[in-house]
Design a protein around this ligand. Structure first.
Ligand SMILES: [Fe+2]
Ligand SMILES: [Fe+2]
Length: 372
């Protein structure tokens, strides 16, 4: 009896009678089979012995251990075991939704993970908060609107990725660990945007009420495939990177410039992983044509909404136009910058797709000319 509710007495019995506990109590101190097994002895317990990874210039990175480690498998075992490990005893079957290499792997994921861990920063200390200077009310209000909107948007990736971690086979540790760094990055982003809204005489702005249905699908777990979620992040985080660049340009204080340059460095890693993962999938998926059709269908139903409600929603457009113009009285002039941003985001998106051999140009659901 290992599961379910036990009385305290039953639990004590269970602990006392576990075979390895009982054995020691009875005076048998001999270690189990794992200790006596050797590679190649037929037990399969040790796949390797005598490995010695050598640190490189940046310490002992996964790039260094990869030289002696088992490579990522084409298909992970349906057991919760780590790569390169044998199995001592019977492990229960564990079905991973993402168990094939083409579903999760990206050629640059190891380098991205090492970059992510070495470039973590601390929002409390690494931002020059003392360099904030008071802004005219319309500008502060507009900047607070932008950072408040972004503070909400940052939850999208963090929430959805957390739900996928148990679905990705542990044999792909580089991918799982990278996604955990991405979640940490997104946590820091929502933190830094929130702190910015509270630090210069403004406050948290009202969030726009419309929630794009594509994200509802994502957040409510209706997207069962990690590939779909990763592809939507490739799309959405690419848009976000362009918005961050624009917000950095709009920033009037050194503090704001530093916030966005830090955030963009993190975000570039996220875009890079999800781009290269999609590219790897399209190059290695045994049903490449089917996958491309599937992604087109996904884009057909998400592209337009994602574009106008999340990334060019009225709060972002209006706040951006006020800041670009320098004041609310000249907001009409500021819209010229928003039109440029619209065209830039659309074009960059189409180019990112083209670079991975996925052509959306003819099918794109967002009009080429800014419709305003
Ligand atoms: Fe982010
Ligand atoms: Fe991100």
């Amino acid at each position: 009896m290992a599961h379910g509710t036990m009385t305290q007495k039953e639990a004590f019995e269970y602990v006392r009678n576990a075979p390895h506990i009982k054995k020691v109590r009875e005076g048998n101190y001999k270690p189990g089979a794992w200790f006596y097994a050797e590679p190649g002895d037929g037990s399969g317990l040790w796949q390797d012995w005598g490995v010695k990874a050598t640190p490189g210039k940046r310490g002992l990175t996964f790039l260094d251990t990869a030289k002696v480690d088992a490579p990522p498998p084409l298909e992970a075992p349906d057991r919760a075991i780590i790569r390169g490990s044998g199995v001592d005893g019977a492990l229960p079957i564990q079905e991973y939704a993402a168990s094939k290499r083409h579903q999760v792997w990206a050629e640059n994921v190891v380098a991205l993970y090492e970059e992510a861990t070495s470039r973590q920063w601390v929002a409390s200390r690494d931002i020059p908060w003392d360099k904030l200077t008071p802004l005219p009310k319309d500008q502060e209000k507009a900047y607070c609107q932008i950072v408040s909107h972004l503070a909400r948007v940052e939850y999208i990736a963090a929430d959805v990725l957390g739900g996928f971690l148990p679905k990705i086979a542990s044999a792909f540790h580089e991918v799982k660990l990278f996604l955990i760094t991405q979640s940490m990055d997104e946590a820091r982003h929502t933190e830094v945007f929130r702190k910015r809204a509270l630090a210069n005489g403004g406050g948290i702005a009202p969030n726009f009420s419309n929630m794009n249905p594509a994200y509802h699908e994502m957040k409510h777990g209706q997207l069962s495939r990690f590939q779909d979620t990763s592809f939507l992040l490739f799309l959405a985080e690419g848009f976000a990177l362009d918005l961050f660049r624009f917000a950095e340009f709009l920033g009037k204080t050194e503090t704001d410039k530093v916030i966005f340059s830090r955030v963009m460095q993190d975000e570039a890693r996220h875009v890079s992983y999800h781009t290269m993962r999609t590219a790897y999938d399209l190059a290695n998926n045994p049903n490449r044509e089917g996958e491309i059709l599937h992604l087109h269908a996904l884009c057909d139903r998400t592209e337009a909404e994602m574009f106008i409600w999340d990334f060019l929603n009225p709060h972002f457009m209006e706040a951006g136009a006020i800041l670009a113009a320098g004041s609310v009285d000249k907001i009409d002039k500021g819209y010229d910058s928003i039109r440029l941003l619209y065209s830039k985001i659309r074009e960059e998106y189409l180019r990112r797709c083209e670079r991975i051999g996925f052509n959306r140009r003819e099918r794109c659901m967002v009009p080429e000319e800014p419709p305003f």
